[in-house]
Design a protein around this ligand. Structure first.
Ligand code: CTP
Length: 216
């Protein structure tokens, strides 16, 4: 299958030298891209700024902001059979980009933020994508309930849920521990493991679930 994967953080500029971002390393998305390529799939990776080497055999498009990731997904999603949204997209960006480097003056500074595009949330409603859609849900409480709610709201076929309140897994870690959530309410916890090993397991599940003859 042809698979689109988003990965890494986005950067939302404040002025020419500063930005808002998050701790995402991109490791989960890059591991998924590598595992999918190794399993024989054609992979397009849309990546925010990370320090990881580009996975071999994978087409990569590099972006910085949520808006650029939104545009790249809109352009490249048609023709893909499946899409996995593992990027940690900034939910807000500065409402105005200050054109010159901001100089310090007052003791406090207030930045006005505005919502960014909800990329995963646009896939069914705006892009009319009919392929197999996988989202991530990073939660600190009520993991399964929030993940199931996200699955319904965004029209996903699978949500990969992880509890980011636990240390050593998820954001900026080598390991992850996730629970698969399916539209029929079924859940499947997977053991804590290296993201590289987990990625192989996830790609196997996604290949099975997305096959037209899948017996879920
Ligand atoms: N996502 C996205 N575009 C955004 C924000 C998130 O595509 N602007 C995707 C992520 O890649 C992930 C999923 O949406 O697959 C869930 O991200 P999360 O931030 O947990 O979801 P939200 O719907 O923003 O939920 P919350 O209310 O928890 O912020």
């Amino acid at each position: 299958m042809r698979l689109l994967i988003t990965a890494g953080p986005t950067r939302e500029p404040i002025d020419p030298v500063r930005f808002l971002s998050n701790r995402s390393s991109g490791r989960m998305g890059y591991a998924l891209a590598e595992a999918a390529h190794a399993a024989g799939h054609e992979v397009l990776l849309i990546s925010g700024p990370v320090t990881l080497p580009a996975p071999s055999g994978v087409q990569i498009i590099r972006i910085e902001t949520a808006r650029e990731m939104f545009d790249a997904v809109r352009t490249h999603l048609p023709g893909c059979d499946s899409a996995i949204f593992s990027a940690a997209v900034a939910d807000y960006r500065p409402a105005q980009i200050i054109p010159q480097k901001l100089k310090k003056s007052a003791d406090t500074l207030t930045l006005e933020l505005e919502r960014t595009e909800d990329i995963l949330g646009s896939v069914r409603s705006q892009f009319a994508f009919t392929g197999f859609l996988v989202g991530f849900a990073a939660e600190t409480e009520n993991l399964i309930a929030h993940a199931q709610d996200k699955l319904q709201r965004k029209g996903c076929d699978l949500i990969i849920a992880n509890d980011v309140s636990q240390s050593g897994i998820g954001f900026d870690s080598l390991e992850n521990e996730v629970t698969l959530c399916l539209p029929d309410g079924q859940t499947m916890p997977l053991p804590r493991q290296l993201k590289t090993a987990l990625a192989r397991e996830l790609i196997a599940h996604i290949s099975r679930l997305s096959s037209p003859h899948a017996t879920k």
